[in-house]
Design a protein around this ligand. Structure first.
Ligand code: NAG
Ligand code: NAG
Ligand code: NAG
Ligand code: NAG
Ligand code: NAG
Ligand code: NAG
Length: 422
């Protein structure tokens, strides 16, 4: 029973925060060969995942000729910016284009959410021009309305609207400021600047940085714990790990392939990492609640905090905790008579010394029995019960998801950490 608690909590969390993806832009465009070049770049830059993770959105598509002209002259990092500026974070169908108040409006775009767009460069000006023409241009002062609406492609009211426009919308400076090419990025310097000095020094001294760099060309995503994460109380004693285990632990903090935030949000299957090999799975599960993405190792959970760098093919994020793989840190921390972990594929030396530290937490943190046969409705007993009888002004039955997630994450981590050998 005790051993199933973390799993139970994890399932409750997963059920609560499952991503709802109502549309698939790749699928919508796949039946339309006139947009195949555009569609290909949406996938390659992973802008498609960002589109699928959002609701109430308008995608301005370009014909193959217009898209090819743009793509021929620019690197992928610039193409990604240009595509991001064509994704409006609001729903515009053809009638709405002609009903703009005062005939003109500014719409925010996906580009604005990247943090790469200074000022209002992430906004697009939509203007209903006399004669029924609708023009699009950058919202930056002095920009021309160089692009115009040509036809409607598809609408799923009021979730996604796909409209064709004549030409890309170019914000000033966008084309001349390519992202750093992967080989130019000094990973160590970027990590240090982002407050991950300990991690930067660990990957350097253990030679793992070289492994990262050799994976870089084909795409790399790094989840770097910040310096506070290494000072967290209850962290296992890493000095008890062998060199090979340290290397596995560090490789576990990165994965092959470019996986920006929008892609993490739409990820359903567990992610493999650079530590994944025949002997151990070393995978990460991902859950999403709104804009918040959490990685689950099976031992602990960590929020993806900041995006340090997002430039195809490299993405670097900071995470709030050191990611502890079950392959190294076990998953059955119960001091109660649990089966001896002989089934573990790899040795788990750190589990050897039995926990001496305080352990009042597990008892109090114990949730009610796993609701294996409970009919749907109450994802978790305690918190939803609480909110049902809440005096808050929320509508009855409305669960404050972020508060609930925070509680669950805290419970999980305090439970797990309290079981760690000190
Ligand atoms: C729009 O999105 C919502 C939320 O994801 C979904 O429930 C609904 O079915 C979608 N509408 C259509 C027409 O697909
Ligand atoms: C979206 O559609 C494409 C093409 O039909 C498919 O390959 C892909 O797996 C779909 N993505 C999701 C998240 O369902
Ligand atoms: C959009 O651009 C046009 C032409 O430059 C300008 O007249 C209009 O004021 C702009 N709209 C907004 C909302 O700024
Ligand atoms: C990368 O940055 C680190 C730390 O700032 C520095 O010590 C190192 O020399 C840099 N490496 C290169 C190749 O510039
Ligand atoms: C809420 O809890 C209070 C005190 O525990 C109880 O008196 C009250 O009946 C409960 N209200 C509902 C709606 O369950
Ligand atoms: C939900 O709870 C969090 C944390 O307690 C709080 O910051 C937030 O304002 C609450 N949101 C709503 C909609 O009540």
């Amino acid at each position: 029973m005790a051993a199933s608690q973390p799993i139970f909590l994890f399932l409750a969390l997963a059920a609560l925060t499952a991503t709802i993806s109502a549309h698939n832009i790749t699928d919508i465009l796949s039946g339309l060969p006139e947009y195949s070049v555009y569609n290909g770049y949406l996938s390659q830059t992973k802008v498609a995942d960002d589109i699928n993770s959002r609701q109430t959105i308008t995608v301005l598509v370009l014909s193959n000729a217009a898209m090819s002209a743009l793509a021929a002259k620019h690197p992928l990092s610039v193409i990604k910016k240009a595509l991001s500026l064509l994704v409006l974070l609001d729903y515009y169908d053809p009638p709405k284009l002609h009903q703009l108040s005062k005939g003109t409006t500014l719409s925010t775009t996906l580009y604005q959410t990247t943090g790469n767009a200074p000022g209002n460069l992430g906004f697009v000006n939509i203007t209903d021009i006399q004669g029924g023409k609708v023009g699009f241009g950058s919202a930056a002062p002095g920009s021309k309305l160089d692009s115009s609406y040509t036809k409607s492609v598809k609408q799923i009211p009021y979730n996604v609207s796909v409209l064709e426009i004549s030409a890309p919308i170019i914000a000033p400076g966008m084309l001349t400021a390519p992202g750093p090419s992967a080989s130019d990025v000094n990973i160590t310097a970027a990590l240090e600047k982002a407050g991950c000095k300990t991690f930067a020094s660990l990957i350097t001294t253990n030679g793992v940085k070289k492994t990262y760099e050799s994976a870089l060309e084909k795409g790399l995503t790094i989840f770097a714990p910040n310096d506070e994460a290494f000072k967290a109380p209850g962290l296992p004693d890493f000095s008890k790990l062998s060199n090979a285990e340290i290397v596995s632990l560090l490789l576990y903090h990165a994965r092959a392939g470019y996986t920006p935030l929008g892609t993490l949000k739409t990820t359903k299957d567990p992610l493999t990492t650079l530590a994944t090999n025949g002997a151990g799975k070393y995978e990460l599960k991902v859950t999403t609640a709104g804009d918040e993405v959490t990685l689950h190792t099976g031992v602990d959970a960590s929020r993806v905090a900041d995006t340090v760098l997002d430039s195809t093919p490299l993405a670097i994020f900071t995470v709030g905790s050191v990611l502890l793989p079950t392959e190294l840190f076990g998953k059955s921390p119960s001091p109660a008579p649990a089966p001896v972990p002989t089934t573990s594929p790899s040795p788990a030396p750190v589990l050897a010394p039995s926990p001496v530290g305080v352990s009042p937490a597990p008892a109090t943190a114990s949730p009610p029995a796993p609701p294996t046969d409970t009919p749907g409705g109450a994802p978790t007993d305690a918190p939803s019960h609480d909110s049902e009888n809440s005096t808050s002004d929320n509508a009855a039955g409305h669960v404050n998801a972020s508060a609930l997630v925070a509680v669950l994450v805290t419970v999980i981590s305090s439970f797990v950490l309290s079981q760690m050998p000190v």
